[in-house]
Design a protein around this ligand. Structure first.
Ligand SMILES: Nc1ncnc2c1ncn2[C@@H]1O[C@H](COP(=O)(O)OP(=O)(O)OP(=O)(O)O)[C@@H](O)[C@H]1O
Ligand SMILES: [Mg+2]
Length: 460
C-alpha cells in the first residue's frame, strides 16, 4: 500500500521537473556552473602552462642594464637588405631626444624611438618575446620618479635567447660609449648619468708644464696596477690628488682627459650644491659608480660662507670640514677610489685635508710657462708654421709683454697668463698665426695674480 503522504511529497517535485520553465532553469544553472568550473580550470591550467612553459626576466630601471635593453629594443636592423625595425609589432613608441655637437653644425639633435609603456611582441632569432614596459605604483624616495620595470617573456624552451639578448645589448652599450667618457653627478641620494657620454678628450690636448702630466698619469697608472699590494698590506685601495692653481690653467680639462686615457668615467660632486650635507656626502662616497674618477671641484667652496652650527650642531644644508674628511677616509668611505680635488685657493684648505690617505699627491697647475706656450702654438699652427718662425716671434712677443721668461729663463716675468687665454686667442685666430701674434696683448690679465709658487708635492 502506498502511503498517501509520501505520494503527496513526491508529487510537487515531479510537477516541478515536468515544468519546462523550471527544468530549463536548472539546465542553464548547470551549464553556468560547468562553464565557471571550466573557466577556472582553464585559468589554472593556463597559469600552470605559463609557469611550466614560459620564462620571465624582469629588469628594473635601477639596474644598469635597463637603458641598454631599451636601446637594444629600439635598434633598427636590416633583414634581407631592408631597414626595418626589430620590433615586429610595436605600435607605441616613446621619444628620446639627445642633443649633441656635430662638426660643422651648430646644434645637432638626435631622436630615438624606444618602446612605449605597455605590452609589445618582438621577434629575435626566430623566437617570439613579449616585452612589457610598465611604471609601478611605488616611487623613488628622493627623486619622486615612479619605479619602472621591463619584463621579457619567452617560451621556457627558448629561455637561452635572454643571454643572447643581454649579451647583444651590453655590446651595443659598450660600442655606443667607445671613445667616450661617461659623467655621473649626484642626484639626491643617488648617482645618475649626467648628460650624454662625451667624446674622450685626448691627453695631448691638455698642455701642462714639462713632465707634470706624465708624472700624474704615471702615478695613477702605477696605483691601478697595485691593487694586490694594497690588499696584502691591509691598506684601503684609495688614492687622492689635489690640483690647485689659478683659473683656466687646465685642472678640470686634465682630469677629463686622464679619465679618457684610463677608460674611466668621472663622478662629480659639487660641494657647494644645495641640499648636500655630511650624511649625503658620506653615503654617496660609499657607492661611487664603478670605474670612475671621483671629482670634487672647488674643494674650498664647502668651507666658505658656511653657516655656524646652531644649538643642535646643525650647520644647514652644507658640508662641514669634518664631514668631508670623514667621507674621504672615515670608516664608511668606499674601499676603492681615485679622487681628484681641485681648488683655486689652496690657502683656504686645512692641513688635515692634505694629509696622506686623504690627499696623497698635491700638484700646482700654474700660470702658462714658455714651454706650454710653445707647445700650444705647435698644436694650433704646427701644420702652417713649418720653419717655427711664427712660434719664435710669438714667444718673443710674450717675453716683450713680460708674460713668460726669455729663452735662457733667467729673467722672471712680472705678469702671467693662462692656457685658457692662449686657447681663446688661438681659437679667435684659427689658421691665422699672424693675427695671433698681433693680438697677443690681449693675453695680459686684467687681474694681477700673486707670485706663483711652483712644485709637485708627493707624500707617502
Ligand atoms: N693646460 C691647458 N692645455 C690646453 N687647454 C687648456 C689648458 N688650460 C686650460 N685650457 C682650456 O681652457 C679652458 C678652461 O680650462 P679648465 O676648465 O680645465 O681650467 P681650470 O683649471 O679647471 O679652471 P678653474 O680653476 O676655473 O676651474 C678649457 O677650454 C681648456 O681647453
Ligand atoms: Mg676647473
Amino acid at each position: 500500500m502506498s502511503d498517501p503522504t509520501s505520494t503527496t511529497s513526491f508529487l510537487p517535485l515531479d510537477v516541478l521537473f515536468n515544468n519546462p520553465l523550471f527544468a530549463g532553469g536548472i539546465g542553464l544553472a548547470g551549464l553556468g556552473a560547468a562553464a565557471a568550473l571550466a573557466r577556472r580550470s582553464a585559468i589554472k591550467g593556463a597559469s600552470l602552462i605559463k609557469r611550466r612553459l614560459l620564462a620571465d626576466v624582469e629588469i628594473s630601471k635601477q639596474d644598469a642594464s635597463y637603458p641598454w635593453i631599451l636601446a637594444w629594443l629600439a635598434l633598427p636592423r636590416p633583414p634581407g637588405g631592408f631597414v626595418t625595425s626589430k620590433l615586429t609589432r610595436i605600435h607605441q613608441f616613446s621619444m628620446k631626444t639627445m642633443a649633441g655637437a656635430v662638426p660643422n653644425k651648430p646644434k645637432h639633435t638626435q631622436f630615438f624611438l624606444q618602446p612605449g609603456y605597455g605590452r609589445h611582441i618582438i621577434r629575435h632569432n626566430n623566437a617570439y618575446i613579449s616585452v612589457n614596459r610598465e611604471k609601478q605604483s611605488t616611487a623613488n624616495h628622493t627623486t619622486g620618479e615612479p619605479h619602472e620595470i621591463i619584463t621579457l617573456t619567452s617560451l621556457y624552451a627558448q629561455r637561452h635567447i635572454f643571454e643572447d639578448i643581454f649579451g647583444e645589448a651590453h655590446q651595443l652599450a659598450i660600442s655606443a660609449h667607445e671613445g667616450k667618457t661617461m659623467m655621473f653627478a649626484s642626484r639626491g641620494m643617488d648617482w645618475e648619468q649626467f648628460g650624454d657620454a662625451r667624446k674622450k678628450r685626448p691627453l695631448q690636448s691638455v698642455i701642462l708644464d714639462k713632465g707634470v702630466k706624465e708624472r700624474i698619469v704615471g702615478d695613477v697608472k702605477d696605483f691601478l696596477q697595485r691593487q694586490n699590494w694594497y690588499v696584502d698590506r691591509g691598506i684601503p685601495y684609495r688614492r687622492g690628488y689635489l690640483l690647485y692653481g689659478p683659473p683656466g690653467s687646465g685642472k678640470s680639462s686634465f682630469i677629463q682627459a686622464l679619465a679618457g686615457e684610463l677608460d674611466f668615467g668621472v663622478s662629480i660632486i659639487n660641494l657647494s650644491e644645495r641640499g648636500i650635507n655630511d650624511d649625503k656626502l658620506a653615503y654617496l662616497f660609499t657607492k661611487i659608480p664603478a670605474r670612475t674618477i671621483l671629482l670634487l671641484e672647488d674643494a674650498d667652496a664647502a668651507f666658505i660662507n658656511r653657516r655656524k652650527p646652531d644649538a643642535e650642531g646643525y650647520s644647514g644644508a652644507n658640508v662641514t670640514f669634518s664631514g668631508l674628511l670623514n667621507a674621504l677616509d672615515g670608516v664608511a668611505a668606499g674601499e676603492e677610489r681615485i679622487a681628484f680635488l681641485t681648488t683655486n685657493h689652496i690657502d683656504r684648505l686645512d692641513e688635515a685635508l692634505i694629509r696622506p690617505g686623504r690627499v696623497d699627491v698635491t700638484v700646482r697647475i700654474g700660470e702658462t710657462t714658455r714651454y706650454q706656450a710653445a707647445e700650444m702654438w705647435n698644436r694650433f699652427y704646427g701644420d702652417i708654421d713649418h720653419d717655427g718662425n711664427g712660434r719664435k716671434r710669438f714667444l718673443d712677443k710674450l717675453v716683450e709683454l713680460d708674460l713668460i721668461p726669455n729663452e735662457s729663463g733667467v729673467v722672471k716675468p712680472k705678469l702671467h697668463t693662462s692656457a685658457a687665454a692662449i686657447q681663446g686667442l688661438f681659437l679667435f685666430n684659427k689658421d691665422n698665426m699672424e693675427g695671433a701674434i698681433e693680438m697677443a696683448e690681449g693675453l695680459i690679465p686684467r687681474i694681477y695674480e700673486p707670485e706663483p709658487q711652483k712644485g709637485i708635492k708627493v707624500s707617502a
